[in-house]
Write a protein that binds this ligand. Structure first.
Ligand code: FE
Ligand code: FE
Length: 188
């Protein structure tokens, strides 16, 4: 009979998230750089800092359980990141690129929310309140990030709709050499 138990499952998914957080640490700088909307870029950069902290907090949980931190290949996060990368390539230079970035980021957050939610539940069932507290703290930050991304999705859409209404890209005023004329750019 299979002797695996809930503690094994918790350790397995802990190793899965440890891998996922480390992959995200590598991927997020590129994603932030690709974002056009300043608020979106800032939100991704903030979450990059949180992601680094999450990886360290998970190392603490491993130690709390008397185990050495170990990463287990997470196929789900690799798939979400790969698809996100492909979409970003397809929409590069398009006005919908920021929406692509937000969608990919939300898919990541939802994966994290699901797994941290399970980890929190299992830690409570295994009577480990200190591990549960760590999972809950991380879970809260993932949820906040998801909410922030939903707000940004609306902002980004409103701003691009406003740009469309203004005709082409935002009318950019450029000072000419002699400061006497204004050049308007409406090209797209
Ligand atoms: Fe995280
Ligand atoms: Fe996250």
């Amino acid at each position: 009979m299979n002797t695996k138990n809930l503690r094994d499952l918790l350790l397995d998914q802990l190793a899965d998230m440890y891998y996922a957080e480390k992959q995200l640490l590598k991927a997020l700088p590129k994603v932030a750089k690709a974002a056009n909307h300043e608020g979106l870029r800032a939100a991704i950069e903030d979450h990059l800092d949180e992601t680094g902290a999450h990886a360290q907090m998970l190392e603490g949980v491993f130690r709390n359980l008397g185990e050495t931190p170990k990463a287990k290949k997470c196929h789900a996060i690799l798939g979400i990141l790969k698809e996100g990368e492909e979409m970003m390539d397809e929409y590069k230079g398009s006005p919908a690129l920021d929406a692509v970035i937000i969608a990919a980021a939300q898919k990541v957050e939802h994966y994290e929310i699901t797994t941290y939610g399970c980890l929190l539940e299992w830690a409570m069932q295994l009577d480990n309140p200190s591990a549960a507290a760590v999972f809950e703290a991380i879970l809260d930050q993932e949820k906040e990030t998801d909410t922030e991304l939903t707000k940004l999705a609306r902002e980004v859409m409103h701003e691009s709709a406003a740009e469309d209404a203004a005709g082409g890209t935002m009318a950019v005023e450029e000072e000419s050499e002699d400061h006497s004329t204004l050049a308007l750019s409406t090209s797209r």
